[in-house]
Design a protein around this ligand. Sequence first.
Ligand code: G6P
Length: 365
Amino acid sequence: QLMDKGNHRHFMQKEIYEQPVVVAQTLRSYLRPLEAQVALPDIEFDLSSVERVVVVACGTASYVGMIGKYWIEQLARIPVEVDVASEYRYRDPVLLPNTLGLVISQSGETADTLAALRHMKAAGVTTGGIINVPTSSMAREVDLLLPTHAGPEIGVASTKAFTCQLAVMAALATNLARAKGRLADEADVVEHLQHVPEAMSMALAHDAEIEAMAPKIAAARDVLYLGRGPEFPLALEGALKLKEISYIHAEGYASGEMKHGPIALIDEQVPLIVIAPSGPLFDKTVSNMQEAQARGAQVVLISDAEGIAQAGENTIATIEMPKVHPLIAPLVYAVPVQLLAYHVAVAKGTDVDQPRNLAKSVTVE
Ligand code: G6P
């Protein structure tokens, strides 16, 4: 039965655990492994005409847009703008021709996102939507529907919808890159994306460790999350998740911005969650982390074996992720970020699936 928690204590926990399966399910409709191709469904639209992408969404889905900006700009060299829908619809945005207007929504019913979609359609641009509920208003109204197959998401705090949206965003970025003649090795991308479910399962294997460290974070009043590149929006998502369900004040920051403000908050009482896969940006993030450590910050480092070997000292905990290609890192690193918020909330005894004041779908403004 769909609405059954199974062996899980909460829907959120169940949905975190479902991710390897539902992400694989979503990827199946975008990957053609035999042809070594990343495809989009329903593609009568010529992607090579796209000169810019405007992404509009709310909450967790807006962070998918931000991660997509890194991917699309890097892979396809197409400029991307990302806005939260409540701002977009009222700021009289400039919409140039050959824009792909993209909405991202689990429910397909969020009032502000739907209004932004209608605004873009009225302005005459082609619209696309990464949407989980196939019968929703947005799914019906977009020109190009890019479905996620996460299944019903019951927990108010989005988890599996987020990673499925990322999987589709990666497929879109790859297709835009191909349309622009910039995709050197598609087979390589297919291989990395196919590895996601297994890498997510490996991330889930750290659940007990994360549960064990949760009481330390649960005692904090404020928590900071740091990340760079595509892991910056993931830091924002980590902070949002923690706020939503544990009611602890949390902020996500781009690592390099820490010295422009949040470092003033750092002392022994403020845990710092650093999301930093090893790679070209790693040393920069570590140097930001060390500045914070010098001021007493209690660091939890989420990285791979290489990163932890290099920078895991003087932390209160490390969480070791498998070594993955940078394209898929946000999907894999999302898992410990979600688990941490989940276990902190459980430790605090909050209503994890129905946090106070929040709604699953915000259908009024
Ligand atoms: C609400 C939910 C969030 C979600 C956001 C956008 O705030 O609590 O989990 O990210 O709406 O919802 P959507 O259905 O448009 O993805």
